[in-house]
Structure formats: C-alpha cells, structure tokens
Ligand binder design. Structure first.
Ligand SMILES: Nc1ncnc2c1ncn2[C@@H]1O[C@H](COP(=O)(O)OP(=O)(O)OP(=O)(O)O)[C@@H](O)[C@H]1O
Length: 321
C-alpha cells in the first residue's frame, strides 16, 4: 500500500537538552486508522506537532503526501487536519461561522455544500446556527473535528480524542472516525487506551520514551495483549514443575507455593480444561485460585522490555561478528 506520511530518522531534542524523540522511522498508509499508543510523556504530541509543523525537528525527514514538512511547509500543512487535546474555540461564535472561518484560514474558497456534508456526517447540522457555548461536551469535540476537516485535508490527527469522555460518547466518536476513514481520510490518533486502539485502529504503533518500540497490525498486537493468568495457591510447595505439566505455559514461584498458568483469553482453546485435568492426574491440590488480566502498564512494560532485549541481542550479535 502507498504511504501518505513518510517519517525517516526523526529526532527531537528540546532546547533544554531533553530528547523527546529518538530516530523514528514510520510509514503511515493511505486510508488507514493508525493508533499511536504510549504512556504519558512518551513523545506522542511531539511527533504529531512535528508532522503538523508546530514543532521543528532536530533532524530527520518527514513527508506528507510527498511534500516535505519543512521545505514545502504550506502545501504539507494543507494536507493535514489537527484536532488538539484541548477544546479551543470562541464560545460565542456559531457552529457554522466556526467551520467557515477554519476553512478560510487555509485560503480555500467558500464551499457551503462541503461544510454541510461534514456537519451532517458529524451529526452537527441541526446545531449549525447555535452558539458554541450552548453545545454539549461531545458536540464540542465533534465541532473540533469538523473544523479540522473544513479545508478538506487528506490526513486527520486526533490527539487523545476521547480523554475524559464517557463510554457512550466514546463509542459515538469511534463510529464517526470509522465513517471518516471510509470516506477516504487517513486517521492518526494518539491514545492511552488499549480499548480505543482495539476498537478503531488498523495498525498500532507503541511509543515509549521517544522511541517507537513496535508497529504492528492490530490483530497481532491484540493477540499479545489478550493474556490472562490463572494462579493457584498450593498447600504444599513444589520443588519443580512435574513432568506431566512440563509442556504447559506454567511458572512456579521461587518458594514453590504458587503455580501460574498463562493463557490467551481470545483463543478458542485456552487449554484450561486440560491443565485442570492434568493437575488432578498429578494429585496436585490447591487452596485457592484467582485470575488476572494483563494491564495496560504490563503490556507496555512487556513490549518495551521485549523490544529492548531484542535490540540488545541484535547489538551483541553484531559486535561478535
Ligand atoms: N516544549 C518543550 N520543552 C521541553 N520539553 C518538552 C516540551 N514539550 C514536551 N516536552 C517533553 O517531551 C516529552 C514528551 O512529551 P509529549 O507531550 O510529546 O508526550 P506525550 O506522549 O504526548 O504525553 P501525554 O500522553 O502526557 O500527552 C515529555 O517528557 C515532555 O516533558
């Protein structure tokens, strides 16, 4: 598939000497929904701000639809619509005036039919003559999207689109964003929520401490994330995992009192029945059991740690060769 955004060797060190992005390479494909996932301070906003021309990169090359963001700033910028984290509009303006003004900022000729189309698509057409101050929080967020789309960009950036939004509104927002993708807009969103990436994204990039530690098709990432643990508290400690259980995904705590079975909740066969059958056959009893799903934090830790280990192995191989 063809890239609409191409990022090569991008780094950013702020004036104080802090490196917020380190050597990022990323290709965003035309027509996809790409979720950039990462903990606070990972560098998501910095990355978006550079692509949108708000922050200057320290080095590297970014092209949007073939236009270099620095040499060809104006054209590159018209390709992009940006929905920032904060809702920032003039409260006493009407919805219609706000979208018309945003379009004008890009030097585009008025096109009431196009603006009507996006307001309808975002369920705001009925509110077009209302002052922004009278809109609900969800409507205000949709208005920010309408403003960002007013100059007909090919790429839409959504920075934390559903932060602090209730579940119902969040689902509305997801539906709308999918509709935008279906109408041909490439969507890049940042989020802390795994659930959001799971619902919406075609591909997911995980960013941590300024490094892009992973870029994966969503379904591959979901598989990695769907791990659950069943831990058994044993009345008598085991010295080691018995032979009859040796081929199962088990770990034994160092004191021998806890046996942990890891399984994929999304898999058709979790293997739990077989595990319990073999426990019985081996006469292993347990006092208590509980299950636990991997948390977002653990997933990040695992991914980041895994990526580091891989890189370190690669480096040590290169040194040896
Ligand atoms: N103008 C600036 N000057 C110096 N450091 C900055 C500046 N802007 C951001 N940073 C630092 O760069 C790092 C990345 O920040 P960024 O806002 O890109 O993270 P983020 O992933 O968007 O975080 P969040 O999820 O909290 O919005 C942070 O440590 C932040 O303090």
């Amino acid at each position: 598939m063809e890239s609409i955004i191409s990022i090569k060797g991008l780094s950013k060190t702020y004036a104080e000497g802090f490196t917020a992005l380190n050597n990022i390479d990323l290709e965003i494909q035309r027509g996809e929904i790409f979720a950039l996932l990462g903990p606070n301070g990972a560098g998501k906003t910095t990355l978006i701000s550079i692509i949108c021309g708000i922050v200057n990169p320290s080095c590297g090359d970014v092209k949007v639809n073939g236009h270099n963001i620095q040499r060809d700033y104006r054209t590159a910028r018209t390709e992009i619509g940006l929905v920032p984290q904060e809702i920032a509009t003039d409260a006493f303006e009407t919805v219609w005036a706000a979208v018309r003004f945003s379009r004008g900022l890009f030097g585009k000729a008025p096109d009431p039919a196009y603006l009507e189309k996006i307001l309808r698509q975002l369920s705001l057409w009925e509110k077009k003559d209302n002052k922004i101050i009278t809109l609900s929080g969800g409507m205000k967020r949709r208005l920010m999207i309408a403003k960002a789309l007013s100059h007909e960009p090919n790429v839409l950036f959504l920075d934390e689109p559903t932060a602090g939004v209730d579940v119902e509104l969040r689902q509305d927002m997801w539906r709308m964003v999918r509709g935008l993708r279906d109408s041909g807009v490439t969507v890049i969103l940042t989020t802390h929520y795994i659930e959001e990436a799971e619902e919406m994204a075609d591909r997911v990039g995980v960013i941590n401490r300024g490094e892009l530690v992973l870029v994966e098709e969503k379904h591959v990432l979901m598989k990695k994330m769907g791990e659950k643990e069943l831990s058994l508290q044993l009345p008598e400690p085991l010295q080691e995992i018995p032979q009859i259980l040796a081929d199962l995904p088990l770990t034994l705590s160092s004191d021998g009192y806890q046996l942990v079975y890891r399984f994929d909740i999304k898999s058709e066969d979790t293997g739990l029945t077989e595990f319990l059958r073999r426990l019985n056959a081996a006469n292993i009893e347990f006092r208590d059991l509980h299950t636990r799903e991997s948390s977002l934090e653990e997933i990040f830790v695992n991914l980041v740690h895994g990526a580091r280990l891989e890189r370190e192995e690669q480096l040590s191989k290169e040194v040896q060769e």
